[in-house]
Design a protein around this ligand. Structure first.
Ligand SMILES: *Cc1c(COP(=O)(O)O)cnc(C)c1O
Length: 430
């Protein structure tokens, strides 16, 4: 495969951009080699700077549930371009998207738009602290909630790939207030709450962990979280930046039937444009300025372009059967991968929740704990990644990222992926 243009662009990029990338997860540090540069996306495909085509399972790390350049999203954007890009004041479309979000996720009674997932989690934690008058927070090992200072403790995603879980530049005093518990460990949760419960402002959790690959909650885990937060007056925050409008129309909270107090969303809600949101109980949300004393603001929050893209996308995915079909396609893909791995004698297993999935090179299944994820064979993954790339399939360049299927992935793309996987598994070192 010719990568000459990508290589040239990378050489130029490193001269003026740290590591040549604007987000560390785009680097190839976890798999070796140089990152590719892309010039276009079409439906389920990415086209790189050398005109190579790949079936895309990254989907911009989650947002592109309709694939690239869905006609409705593009039309909505084109229309908005002629109306204006930003007003620094309210628009009708903001009212419409807020109404739609509250309808699709009924635990959200009031919602505020921001411009990234990081901002959403940062703001949700601030309002939870303001509401409870408490400082301490709880997060889980391997969960990633954006690059908020106090949340960069044992975080997933790029922080895991880089083998550098805690960041320089975060004062110890900021993370002293952050307790970290093991994900999917109900017993640890119970003993922690028995001692510290009344000091906790909030618990933030990915209801399906998607930043240590894809790890669904074990039965009882989210239920226990809900119970202990209620009992001790702590705010339960579901970080659905990845899972919202992805694992089901109503997010993970609809799938597992647990009602959080606050929810953060992002990724899919922007249809590919930068947007995030946080919302929940009226009683908590009305503490935010201008109504209350918790300050939160954003110059471009509720960007007309982002909202137009988001509304168009929400209309498409709200159609009956959309998520059933997407989940069925994802299952077909994963069954096919498993079959081919078995044939090649490669220890391999997968996790799936809706249109989100994880692949693991391991004998131990199911994968439901952080330590299991960390003990998977990352060397095998590196070989697999490059072999898939050579055969026209673009996976996230890390063993710790979830994969995403879009509605643009049809039978043809799945077959192409399975053919590539057959070659990839056969080429792996035994
Ligand atoms: C991606 C992600 C974030 C951060 O969102 P950004 O838009 O990258 O700031 C937060 N939480 C979860 C669960 C995510 O997957």
């Amino acid at each position: 495969m010719n990568n000459e243009n990508s290589r040239h662009l990378y050489d130029l990029a490193v001269q003026h951009i740290p590591g040549g990338v604007n987000s560390p997860v785009r680097a190839f540090k976890g798999v070796g080699g140089n990152p590719l540069f892309f010039k276009a996306g079409q439906d389920a495909y990415l086209i790189d700077a050398d005109d190579n085509r790949y079936v895309d399972y990254v989907g911009a790390f989650g947002p592109l549930i309709l694939g690239h350049c869905h006609e409705d999203v593009v039309a909505a954007l084109r229309n908005q371009l002629q109306q204006g890009l930003a007003f620094g004041a309210s628009t009708e479309a903001e009212v419409q998207i807020a109404e739609k979000i509250c309808e699709l996720m009924p635990s959200i009674e009031k919602v505020r738009l921001v411009t990234s997932g990081t901002e959403a989690t940062m703001s949700a934690i601030r309002v939870a602290r303001g509401y409870t008058g408490r400082d301490a927070i709880v997060k889980f090992e391997g969960c990633y909630h954006g690059h908020v200072d106090g949340l960069l403790v044992k975080a997933g995603s790029g922080a895991l790939t880089l083998g550098d879980p805690d960041s320089l530049g975060v004062p110890k005093a900021y993370t002293d207030l952050t307790h970290v518990l093991p994900y999917n460990d109900t017993a640890a949760l119970e003993s922690f709450f028995a001692v510290n419960g009344d000091d906790i402002a909030c618990v933030i959790v990915e209801p399906v962990a998607g930043n240590m690959n894809c790890v669904p909650p074990v039965p009882g885990f989210l239920e226990a979280l809900r119970e202990h937060c209620t009992k001790h007056g702590a705010v339960l925050i579901f970080d659905e930046v990845m899972t919202g409008f992805r694992v089901a129309l109503g997010g993970a909270q609809s799938l597992y039937k647990i009602e959080p107090d606050l929810t953060t969303i992002g990724k899919v809600i922007g249809g590919g444009l930068p947007v995030g949101a946080f919302g929940g109980k009226t009683e908590i949300m009305e503490l935010i300025a201008p109504l209350g004393g918790v300050y939160q603001a954003g110059t471009l929050a509720g960007s007309p372009l982002a909202v137009a893209a988001g509304l168009a996308m929400l209309n498409v995915i709200s159609k009956p059967g959309f998520f059933d079909e997407l989940a069925a396609r994802t299952t077909t893909l994963l069954n096919g991968l498993q079959e081919r791995a078995n044939q090649a004698g490669i220890p391999f297993t997968t996790n799936q929740v809706g249109a989100m999935f994880g692949c693991f090179f391991t004998e131990k299944k199911p994968v439901s704990h952080f330590s299991q994820v960390m003990s998977c064979d990352t060397e095998r993954f590196k070989h697999y990644f490059h072999s898939m790339l050579d055969n026209g399939v673009y996976l996230a360049p890390s063993a710790f990222e979830a994969g995403f299927v879009s509605s643009a992935h049809g039978d043809k793309e799945i077959q192409l992926t399975l053919d590539a996987a057959e070659k990839a598994f056969a080429s792996l070192p035994k």
